[in-house]
Design a protein around this ligand. Structure first.
Ligand SMILES: CC(C)(COP(=O)(O)OP(=O)(O)OC[C@H]1O[C@@H](n2cnc3c(N)ncnc32)[C@H](O)[C@@H]1OP(=O)(O)O)[C@@H](O)C(=O)NCCC(=O)NCCS
Length: 160
């Protein structure tokens, strides 16, 4: 697997997966396009590496997932805004690899605290805990009525 900065050519697949993963709570396609201009280092794509050239010539066959985030007004504080892996690639370490690479990049840009929101029933909580995120707060209507979210925070360990 290869993790790299996204390009304009990835936009359609990123948005297709965002829609499939988050339904009515997906970010709009134009926002991904503008994130690419705003903060390209923090919009990452995972793709399958193949020795078979023909398998990789079709971009669809290689795309596994994405992560996107942003640094805040105070650059030491950033957010992971969306993370998704294609259904057939889940459970194989792709999500964790994307998140770890995102953390490394954000850290190298001066970020010391990363936050994200997650539905309290989302099994992604396990992934976030294993990457060092901890519960910070909960809001019953974070995204509107009946849309509870936990805010998790990951503080950069001193040794990083
Ligand atoms: C959440 C998501 C990105 C995880 O990606 P993934 O590639 O399947 O996750 P990984 O294989 O890297 O797993 C990472 C860890 O989480 C655990 N995990 C992953 N999916 C899990 C699940 N459904 N239930 C329980 N644990 C799970 C793995 O066991 C692994 O733990 P470990 O490191 O201790 O072994 C993926 O399931 C997804 O796209 N879900 C839909 C979109 C979504 O909910 N995104 C998160 C929004 S907050």
């Amino acid at each position: 697997m290869n993790i790299r900065t996204a390009t304009k050519a990835d936009m359609a697949q990123i948005f297709q997966l965002e829609q499939a993963a988050f339904g009515e709570h997906c970010y709009p396609d134009f926002l991904f396009r503008q994130w690419l201009d705003l903060s390209p280092s923090l919009l990452l794509v995972a793709e399958a590496e193949s020795t078979d050239e023909s398998a990789c010539s079709e971009r669809n066959s290689a795309f596994l997932g994405y992560v996107v985030g942003s640094l805040g007004e105070v650059k030491a504080q950033g957010w992971v805004l969306s993370l998704a892996v294609t259904e057939s690639a889940r459970g194989k370490g792709v999500g964790k690899a994307l998140l770890e690479q995102f953390i490394a990049r954000a850290t190298s840009m001066g970020c010391k605290q990363l936050r994200l929101t997650v539905h309290p029933d989302n099994r992604a909580l396990h992934l976030y805990h294993s990457c060092g995120f901890r519960f910070e707060s909960a809001e019953a209507d974070y995204f509107g009525p009946n849309e509870p979210r936990q805010v998790l925070v990951r503080v950069k360990p001193c040794e990083e």
